[in-house]
Design a protein around this ligand. Structure first.
Ligand SMILES: Cc1cc2nc3c(=O)[nH]c(=O)nc-3n(C[C@H](O)[C@H](O)[C@H](O)COP(=O)(O)O)c2cc1C
Ligand SMILES: [Mn+2]
Length: 497
């Protein structure tokens, strides 16, 4: 089995985690009502191996739940390995390689999925009256939540009425009853745009929801690719081969043939129901839910012993940070480079809960631009906040390329020591505000804007190709030969590591 098989099939992915001792099979009976989620939170917060729950109280016999599918690991040498395995990348992969791999697929030719007649997801079928989602192990995730969530690590499948645009996107889905679900379809997200096209025709939106998809597919479904780009074709480009898809039972949509569970039906034209609250990516829990669209379910198909993967949202790092944050970083880097900005790397520090993006500026190119902090911030703000990806993350921290922006301690150091309180903080109150940003107030939300800022952590000298001061550190304060000598003699000094 190659690493790439892990990107293509969740069961291969789990086998590889098992081989690496990064999977804990939980064989005692557990309760989907809060207990599973509480275990998952421990796993995220202590960076433990992913739990696979094999015995779930009162659930369909054989059905299983996978927790923390892209959680971080404790060993810093392989801390991104579970995330990297979604792309078939090796355990030691660093963020720079992740971002590079994701961006290479943007430049590659899209590869459309291959339509096949049958697949493992068709092993079991519930049609019409047989549909009963309450038989699946649908977890209650936080005690304050407004309901059980079947969809936290699954993706919606919708298609524009003209058939030209396939949208696969992660979005949360709450159980209302055995045949009904509810969840947001924001008008700025592609599911909302496509739903609006169907609404214009006076029709409900044909829809499917995929759980336990190929890991590469779920990662891309959490990526803000530009409008009219079909995620399944981009996934083909990323994998270098077409995904296999089968047709749904009760509508014309195509879904991954080896998915664990596929739910089919339609997004109602205008019915709504209370949805939420749910503990969210920024780490907070709101008090009340909101009216959201109703999803009617007409069929469910699933594999033998189906596995339902979940994300228990909350304080970092969970998949809203490791998957969403990483995919956003890759897309904004592409967008900013396309806009001609000298950005070398972009990173949504997981610790910042997808609420800030750090940009590393090539200071040599910056000097050639003969620009100022304000002008640079304006240019970044324009390219970033008006983009589909940048709009999602409200704070941008700009640093020089001497900082490794994937190391939070270096970012904090730059932020604390280089940004001048009077000259380097640039708010952009008129740029569109993403409504889930936790500090937005009622006025911001009503106006649909506010809360965005660029923080410049480049010294004035860096705009002229110079540096204000040299760095005092092991790497910068000693001649190379002495550094080497110290490293060579390390054990001789009496240190054991
Ligand atoms: C674990 C996880 C959960 C997410 N939940 C939601 C959600 O409930 N609502 C939402 O709009 N976006 C959610 N997202 C982010 C979207 O998937 C992401 O913005 C994606 O780009 C949306 O697809 P689109 O760009 O095709 O509209 C989630 C992402 C991840 C990784
Ligand atoms: Mn999209």
């Amino acid at each position: 089995m190659s690493l790439r098989d892990s990107a293509l099939d969740l069961r291969c992915f789990l086998q590889e985690l098992k081989r690496r001792d990064d999977l804990t099979e939980v064989n005692v009976e557990v309760d989907a009502d809060l207990e599973i989620a509480a275990i998952c939170r421990q796993v995220y917060e202590k960076r433990l191996s992913a739990p696979l729950f094999n015995q779930i109280k009162d659930a369909l016999p054989g059905s299983r739940v996978l927790g923390a599918p892209a959680g971080m690991l404790r060993d810093s040498a392989v801390e991104y390995s579970r995330l990297a395995l979604h792309f078939g990348l090796p355990a030691e992969t660093r963020p720079q390689q992740l971002v590079q791999t994701i961006r290479q697929a943007m430049k590659a030719t899209p590869i459309k999925p291959r339509q096949v007649a049958n697949g493992p997801v068709k092993q079991h079928r519930w049609l019409g009256d047989e549909v009963d989602l309450t038989r699946l192990p649908v977890p209650m995730l936080h005690q304050q939540d407004g309901g059980r969530y079947i969809g936290t690590y699954g993706f919606h499948v919708v298609q524009s009425p003209d058939g030209n645009w396939d949208s696969w996107s992660i979005g949360r889905l709450m159980l209302v009853d055995g045949k009904t679900l509810a969840g947001p379809t924001f008008p700025t997200q592609h599911i909302g745009m496509i739903r609006e096209m169907w609404t214009q025709q006076g029709k409900a939106t044909p829809w499917a929801f995929v759980l336990g998809a190929p890991p590469a597919a779920i990662a891309v479904a959490g990526m803000p690719l530009p409008a009219f780009v079909s995620e399944p074709d981009y996934i083909g480009a990323l994998l270098g081969e077409p995904l296999e898809v089968v047709q749904a039972e009760t509508n014309a949509l195509w879904v991954p043939a080896n998915a664990e569970i596929v739910i089919e039906g339609e997004i109602s034209l205008e019915e709504t129901v209370m949805e939420g609250p749910m503990g969210e990516y920024h780490g907070y829990q709101r008090d009340t839910g909101k009216l959201q669209p109703v999803f009617h379910v007409t069929a469910v198909t699933f594999r033998e012993r189906p596995i339902l993967p979940i994300c228990v949202a909350g304080v970092p790092a969970e998949e809203n940070h490791t998957i969403w944050g990483t995919m956003i970083a890759a897309q904004v880097l592409e967008d900013l480079q396309q806009a001609g900005l000298p950005v070398e790397m972009a990173w949504c520090s997981y610790e910042a809960a997808s609420c800030w993006t750090v940009l590393a500026i090539n200071t040599q190119k910056l000097a050639e631009m003969r620009t100022s902090a304000k002008a640079l911030a304006d240019q970044i703000a324009h390219a970033y906040f008006d983009s589909h990806a940048g709009y999602l993350v409200p704070k941008v921290i700009v640093v020089g390329d001497d900082i490794d922006i994937t190391r939070i301690e270096e970012v904090v150091w730059a932020l604390a020591t280089r940004a001048h309180p009077q000259h380097d903080y640039f708010p952009y109150p008129d740029k569109p505000g993403f409504p889930l940003v936790p500090y937005l107030n009622a006025a911001d939300l009503a106006a649909g804007k506010g809360g965005n800022m660029v923080i410049n952590c480049l010294y004035p000298e860096q705009f002229e190709g110079k540096m204000r001061a040299s760095t005092a550190s092991f790497a910068h304060s000693y001649p190379d030969a002495l550094q080497q000598q110290v490293l060579d003699r390390w054990q001789e000094y009496g240190f054991n590591r």
